[in-house]
Ligand binder design. Sequence first.
Ligand SMILES: Cc1cc2nc3c(=O)[nH]c(=O)nc-3n(C[C@H](O)[C@H](O)[C@H](O)COP(=O)(O)OP(=O)(O)OC[C@H]3O[C@@H](n4cnc5c(N)ncnc54)[C@H](O)[C@@H]3O)c2cc1C
Length: 477
Amino acid sequence: MQSRARVVIVGGGVSGLATAHYIHRQLSAGVQLTLVEAGDRLGGKIANQEFSGHLVDTGPDALLVRVPAMAALLEDLGLSDEIVAPASLGAHVWSRGKLRRLPTGTLFGVPDRLIPLVRSGLMSPAGLARAALDLVLPRRRTFAPDPSIADLVTARLGAQVFDRLVEPLLGGVHAGRATELSAHSTVPDIDRLARNNRSLYLGLRKMRRHSPPATGAPVLVTLTGGLGRLVEALVSRLAGDDLRLNATVGSIARDGSGYRVDLADGQSIAADAVVLATPAHATAGLLAELAPEAATVMAEIPYVDVATIWLAYPRSAMGRVLDGTGFLVPPEEGKLMVGCTWSSAKWPHLADDDLVLIRCMVGRRGDLRWLEMDDDTMVRQVHAELVEAMGLTAAPDHQSIQRWPLAMPQYLVGHQGRLGALAAATAHLPGLYLTGAAYRGVGIASCVVDAKRTAQDVAHDVPQPTADARPLTEVTP
Ligand SMILES: Cc1cc2nc3c(=O)[nH]c(=O)nc-3n(C[C@H](O)[C@H](O)[C@H](O)COP(=O)(O)OP(=O)(O)OC[C@H]3O[C@@H](n4cnc5c(N)ncnc54)[C@H](O)[C@@H]3O)c2cc1C
């Protein structure tokens, strides 16, 4: 009998599940895999629930399918036929009392065409004139080691492009503030454009000429029945593995050439390799004794609380045509809402003859107002904002709120330095791997890319099968 490499994955979100999937692809029968999840279900931030007769996502609701690894994973899992493209296109920005069309073709708010920007009405004549200065300003020669997004964008395109385009988009995706976020870690394309071109606008146009975005194919998609399908499909591939729910890992310790994974209930699992697919704040606790320096760095990655609010309105209450996917709200507007998806218009499977389903996002770095509010107060406030923005004429028939404490990691200025420090602080721990949204991309597609890379590292490093069998056992203290 040959022994198999014993791999323990901590965390059953998409990062842990995808890592498990790719490890199987790499090592086939040569691995004995245990996945330990603190919660009572798998999927982590990917979650859904019944709402007004529909299954709705309470965490993420869209996938970036243009990332090749994401598309390949969907294909691999047999989900390609379940991909659903948005039925409506184009978002709005709620700016100065009106919903205004977000110009198409921007790269995180950096415009690549002037006419849609002018037509959007988002910019004042002075703001447009300031943005146009980007065409003539001299090339920037010096950069901070890790500039913020604000640092790169405002200097070229002015404060209005920053406040009314870049900030709302970043709020919607990262729940963060562009004055603090590292351009290199959060929007690497903008960082490259700024360093390699005199003008951001002309640089983006050149980039688009060389690699035009595929026309027709949707960028963000969901799956029939929502993103829970991705979790179900990943879990179905782990049949035969040791999947443990309601099992919280308390710490990781060295055990000979391998590790001992200690659970909060007193049990331990022996492992040749351990993958920590947990949020940085949780990982910091797990590594407090084994790698205290890494734990300190990990604890420096801040997280923002967010909430999703599902509201179902009678169709007759709509004060406007839902001509797009929804709208984003710049922080300068001072609203509670960060954004709002017109889900019934955006996703064909959420269309309803009688009701309009609307999903609002609350929570942005630095805005703590809503944390003190109870659910009803928060709904009243968000509803009042929807009345103002969309002219709604009735209260919602149904409401559902999902609060996500410590949900969105922030890649603040210095993030790459922190990743370097983490690598150095764990270099003496072969067989220990870190993956997840805390490091190299917060979106599901980025988590999948990182999971694939992690699985390749595990497959490369773990001991190959040998003649002396050492089965996966539970070591009780
Ligand atoms: C409201 C919201 C909307 C979003 N929208 C989108 C979107 O539309 N598109 C997109 O691409 N991304 C979106 N994201 C981001 C994306 O969902 C997450 O970044 C991603 O799902 C994180 O996956 P993960 O596996 O790295 O972490 P998680 O999903 O957080 O999983 C980590 C798991 O580790 C477990 N765990 C923690 N500590 C322990 C422990 N000690 N022992 C055992 N288990 C432990 C947790 O219970 C959890 O299940 C959104 C996020 C939120 C919150």
